[in-house]
Design a protein around this ligand. Sequence first.
Ligand SMILES: Cc1ncc(COP(=O)(O)O)c(C=O)c1O
Length: 397
Amino acid sequence: MRWPQRIADSKAARDLAARRRVRRIVARRDGMRVEVDGRELLNFCSNDYLGLSQHPQVVAALRDGCVEGVGSTASALVCGHFAVHDALEREMADWLQAPAALLFGSGFTANLAALQALLHGGDTCVQDRLNPASLIDAAKLSGATLRRYPHGDAEGAARQLATHEGDGLALIATDGVFSMDGDVAPLRELATLARTHDALLYVDDAHGIGVLGPDGRGSVADAGLATRDVPLQLATLGKALGTYGAIVAGDADLVGHLAETARGHVYSTALPPALAAAALAAVRVARASDDRRAVLRSLVARFREAALDAGLDLLPSGTPIQAVMAYDDRIALRMARVLEDAGVWVSAIRPPTVPEGRARLRVTLTALHRASDVDMLVDALARARDAAHAVTSAGPA
Ligand SMILES: Cc1ncc(COP(=O)(O)O)c(C=O)c1O
């Protein structure tokens, strides 16, 4: 086989399975109103849960932060670690009540780099089946044995841990809030399990930070846990914090180990200082945003009540991530198209992002949505479901 053939075959297979993916161009945004392909849409797919990506203080910090230059010019260990990076790490450690924090270029990089730096061949990495690609890839690349347990099943995790033998070490990795389902991991049970098996618990809280827990400290704090229970947690800066990058926070020795050995940190140019300044401003706003979190909680409750009343098939979730199940890829795509015609942007999520037969519309709510936006969304979703099923029962599209 030659390269053009391989690429064409892959594309044909995605075509056949209705799994082509396209990037849409956002021409303009104002709050949750965006312009896409010349049409104004109400956005229900961004992870900007607190609406901080456009917050005046965050935008001003970015602007002011680049007066002396844009790029950090090198990796952190060379000459790319500026005072503002240090201030951001300290602020995050303080917020999360962790002894130390380390900045990475993105959450994907941080997961890959952290797990690879911690795990060796002969170790066992136990993971929730619905963990994100970066955690799964990280375990595979580390050379450790990857064992996955059924979603949210701490007893399943215990069974997988029990298979661990030899001199290697064990690590349990889980999302705090699951990115496609919106539910929260059984963190207290996993922490107990980790303690009894001398395993290290790593929590990816990309979608919990800023949203859950006291002062928005995330799912770990919400579960009443601390660094002694969860020695390392990932906080991304590109979701509720509205900027870009990621922090791994936790035990000082572990974080120190990552600072010197995590390849995605050591061998990658540090985040532009202005972005660190914007993230620092965002963290300060997020810490004091109980009002935004209260709005978000009330929108989530409003959405769930109305959606269940309308007979929509929701997964259990109390977070701003609300999965409206379609199961079938084509139904999900049709629903997304009907919604767009109604001026609502919700992405259809299909395998391999979710398991086979679990296609859905992933709705995300933010503090910038209004109650009337949510009512309009539910109405549009119910009509989209009816329209998509009417087409299906009338025959193939
Ligand atoms: C649970 C989870 N972890 C990590 C990441 C990666 O973070 P980033 O977007 O900062 O690379 C994502 C998605 O983006 C995610 O959903």
